[in-house]
Design a binder for this molecule. Structure first.
Ligand code: ADP
Ligand code: UVW
Ligand code: MG
Length: 457
């Protein structure tokens, strides 16, 4: 019987870093032993929450100036875990066997990969297509490779779940030669979350996943919608990048593409914040980082917007969100031909704002969705909770999504990720030595290239 391993699941979102720690045996459900997160990176001061087993160690501690990026957040999280003498599972860095990283843009990858030279470079090349996510996630990967040399690093991709989107939905009506050579298509994101929600909702409904049709809403700092047809992604609102579709904390969501040319004369130029690892134009920077709730209201916290509806500015932001969300629900209702087992709300806003759920369901009542006022205003405590009105044509659910456990599951269920060979990685001058398990994989997988090991996941 193989030894249990400690898996660290690292979810670097645009406004938070959430880390869950699991004790895991091969092909068993990972057992959660602690979770720790730093949120509010776009609405300082950031806040720390740490739960170990049944104990809440720290609920909502304000952090002073030292945490400014996702990498800072992970550094702080690791310090907290290693210095917690009561946390027996991790006494030293070497106790962490696998670090699984949420990487938003995985291009054509359709499954998680061990991070080695090849996969690292592939992900880095996609950084410009997920400017709020891939570069910060890679900073975290780099940090782990340097600080946790004994740990196997795995990347799980938000885009991998959407590889099933059919050609007529994922193709943009542009020159197809250019589209193919530049890989311009709809990729879609939040897929790790959608995979968790689909499985959880199907189980809740007592249906086989492969027979379940859902409209899913992951509404957090970044927000998107997804149509699930027979358990698989059929359409989703984000596209080539996570900017498309719904507005978010700092993102505009979809706007007329020509808007960019009318915004200001210099927005096409490279932003001063462009770096070696991320080339971003002023236009992309404005639409990704200086739009959305921040530009409309001054806050990125949708909780504040929802609770300030007497203020016309806050009301406008809220109404815009309801309008755009309803637009996608209507569109996905049609693309699923009305075969919808449930509408599911998830993500920070979807799980916490009963007002948003009520307003959206009121506006799509013509499709047969309705929430029960009492059920909808109750605290969401289960993984999936029914908030729908008895007798409504379609069910309405809330799912407390868990991207970290979904990633840990990938690692626990897959032989290569859990037991396989880890490739070493040479990044920015660091040559990282790894636990190289002498295995049959050696024959087919890794090859030495100028001193570093190039392996495939
Ligand atoms: N009570 C609340 N009502 C509405 N929105 C909330 C509430 N609490 C938190 N939020 C929103 O949830 C967002 C975070 O969602 P989350 O899914 O955790 O974000 P991330 O995209 O960083 O993963 C915050 O930006 C905040 O706007
Ligand atoms: C893809 C995306 O927007 O992720 P998040 O909501 O975590 O920022
Ligand atoms: Mg998120």
């Amino acid at each position: 019987m193989a030894k249990s391993k400690i898996i660290l699941s690292i979810n670097a979102g645009s406004s938070s870093v959430k880390v869950s720690i699991y004790l895991s045996s091969f092909r068993q459900e990972p057992e959660p032993i602690a979770e720790i997160q730093i949120s509010g990176l776009t609405a300082p001061p950031p806040r720390l929450k740490y739960i170990r087993g049944p104990e809440t160690i720290c609920k909502d501690k304000e952090l002073s100036g030292e945490v400014n990026s996702q990498k800072d957040a992970l550094e702080r999280i690791l310090d907290e875990l290693i210095n917690d003498k009561s946390f027996q599972a991790i006494n030293k860095k070497e106790d962490i066997n696998v670090a699984c990283h949420r990487v938003v843009h995985g291009g054509d990858y359709d499954c998680p990969k061990i991070i080695n030279d090849e996969t690292y470079n592939y992900i880095q090349a996609l950084s410009d297509l997920a400017p709020l996510h891939n570069a910060p996630a890679l900073e975290i990967v780099k940090f782990c490779i340097k600080e946790l040399p004994q740990t196997r690093n795995v990347a799980a991709f938000d885009s991998q779940f959407h590889q099933t989107i059919p050609a007529h939905i994922r193709t943009y009506p542009i020159n197809q030669e250019i589209a193919k050579s530049n890989k311009l298509r709809k990729y879609g994101f939040h897929g790790i979350s959608y995979s968790f929600i689909t499985r959880s909702a199907a189980r809740f409904l007592g249906k086989k996943e492969s027979e379940t049709n859902l409209i899913l809403l992951h509404l957090g700092s970044g927000a998107s919608a997804c149509a699930i047809r027979n358990g698989k992604s059929w359409d989703t609102s984000m596209g080539l990048t996570p900017l498309a579709g719904l507005p978010g904390a700092t993102r505009s969501g979809s706007v007329d593409p020509s808007l960019v040319f009318h915004y200001a004369s210099d927005v096409g130029k490279l932003s001063p914040n462009s770096t070696e690892s991320l080339h971003i134009s002023r236009a992309e920077e404005i639409l990704n980082k200086q739009s959305g709730w921040k530009s409309l209201t001054g806050t990125t916290d949708f909780g504040t917007i929802a609770s300030s509806q007497d203020d016309p500015t806050m009301k406008l932001a809220f109404d815009i969100f309801v309008d755009r969300v309803c637009g996608f629900v209507g569109s996905y209702y049609v693309t699923l031909r009305g075969n919808v087992d449930a509408l599911v709300f998830a993500g920070g806003i979807g799980e916490k704002s009963d007002l948003l759920r009520r307003r959206v369901t009121e506006d799509i009542a013509c499709l047969g969705f309705a929430v029960d006022e009492k059920k909808n205003s109750m605290k969401i405590e289960d993984v999936v909770q029914d908030v729908g009105k008895d007798g409504a044509r379609h069910r309405t659910l809330v799912c407390q999504t868990d991207e970290q456990v979904e990633m840990a599951r990938h690692c626990a269920m897959d032989d290569t990720l859990f037991n396989g060979t880890a490739g070493s990685c040479r990044i920015h001058g660091y040559v990282i030595t790894v636990i190289l398990k002498i295995s049959p994989m050696l024959k087919v997988c890794p090859r030495f290239v100028d001193g570093s090991l190039k392996g495939s996941g």
